[in-house]
Ligand binder design. Structure first.
Ligand SMILES: Nc1ncnc2c1ncn2[C@@H]1O[C@H](COP(=O)(O)OP(=O)(O)OP(=O)(O)O)[C@@H](O)[C@H]1O
Length: 231
C-alpha cells in the first residue's frame, strides 16, 4: 500500500534529512514511527503528503509512483490520506459538526451524504453531544477527536498521525489511542509518529525507528526502544 524505495531527502540548505529509506507498509497495518527529535519523522510524513519531494528514490501509494505525480493531481493523492496533527488545527469559527462537514464540502460531497455521514462519524468518536460546540468549548481530548473525525470522514485508506497525543495528558492520550485502534480495526492503515514511549510499548504494533535520517530498526510488535539504543 505504501512503499519507499531507496528514498532520500536533502533540503535546499544541504541538510540530509533522510537517506536510503526502504519501507513496505501493507494495507491494514498500524505502524509507529519513532526516533529522536530531528531524526526525520516529519520529513517522511511530508514526503507521503507531497508537501516535499524526495531528492532520491521513489514513493508508491497503492502502486502509484507519487514522485511522478504532477502538482495539479496532488489533491487526489491527499484524498487517500487523512492527517491528524499534534496541534489539532480546527477552524475556530465553525462548530464540531461544521468542522467535520467542511472536510466533505471541500471535496464536493453531496449535502445529503454529508448529513448522513457526519453524525455517524461523530458518534464513532463519541462526540454526538458536542456537535454544536465551538472548538474553544472543548477539552484537549475532544479537540483531537474532532480532528480525527475530520481526517476519516472521507474514508481515506491511510491515516497519518503526527504526534497526535503530544498535547494530551496520559489518560486522554489513551482515549485517543483507543479511537485510532478502532479505526485501524475497521481497515484503515495507520502511520503514527510519536515520542510516547508508554503507548508504543503497550500497543505491540510494528515499530520503525529512524535515527539521523536512516531506518535503524523495523520490528513487528516492537517497543519504543531496543535494548542497546536509548532513544
Ligand atoms: N524545511 C526544512 N529545511 C531545511 N532543513 C529542514 C527542514 N525541515 C526539517 N529540516 C531538518 O531535517 C532534519 C529532520 O527533521 P524532521 O522535522 O523531519 O525531524 P523529526 O524527526 O520530525 O523531529 P521532531 O521529533 O522534533 O518533530 C532536521 O535536521 C531538521 O532540522
Amino acid at each position: 500500500m505504501i512503499k519507499f524505495t531507496n528514498t532520500g531527502k536533502e533540503y535546499k540548505n544541504g541538510v540530509k534529512a533522510l537517506s536510503n529509506i526502504n519501507l513496505n507498509i501493507k494495507k491494514g497495518e498500524f505502524v509507529f514511527i519513532v526516533g529522536p527529535s530531528g531524526a526525520g519523522k516529519s520529513t517522511l510524513i511530508k514526503l507521503l503528503l507531497k508537501e516535499e519531494d524526495p531528492t532520491e528514490g521513489k514513493i508508491y501509494l497503492n502502486d502509484m509512483d507519487i514522485t511522478k505525480v504532477k502538482n495539479r493531481r496532488i489533491p487526489f493523492i491527499r484524498r487517500n490520506i487523512g492527517v491528524v496533527f499534534q496541534d489539532f488545527r480546527l477552524l475556530p469559527n465553525k462548530t464540531v459538526y461544521e468542522n467535520v462537514a467542511f472536510a466533505m464540502e471541500i471535496i464536493g460531497a453531496h449535502p445529503k451524504e454529508i448529513r448522513r455521514r457526519v453524525p455517524m462519524i461523530l458518534s464513532m468518536v463519541d462526540l454526538s453531544k458536542k456537535a454544536d460546540c465551538y472548538p474553544d468549548q472543548l477539552s484537549g481530548g475532544e479537540h483531537q477527536r474532532v480532528s480525527i473525525a475530520r481526517s476519516i470522514v472521507n474514508n481515506p485508506p491511510v491515516l497519518i498521525a503526527d504526534e497526535p497525543t503530544g498535547n494530551l495528558d496520559p489518560e486522554t492520550a489513551w482515549e485517543i489511542m483507543k479511537v485510532l485502534r478502532e479505526i485501524n480495526r475497521r481497515g484503515t492503515t495507520i502511520l503514527m509518529a510519536t515520542h510516547a514511549k508508554d503507548i508504543v510499548d503497550s500497543m505491540k504494533k510494528r515499530v520503525v525507528a529512524i535515527e539521523a535520517g536512516k531506518v535503524v530498526r523495523d520490528e513487528e510488535k516492537g517497543g519504543y526502544e531496543n535494548e542497546v539504543s536509548n532513544i
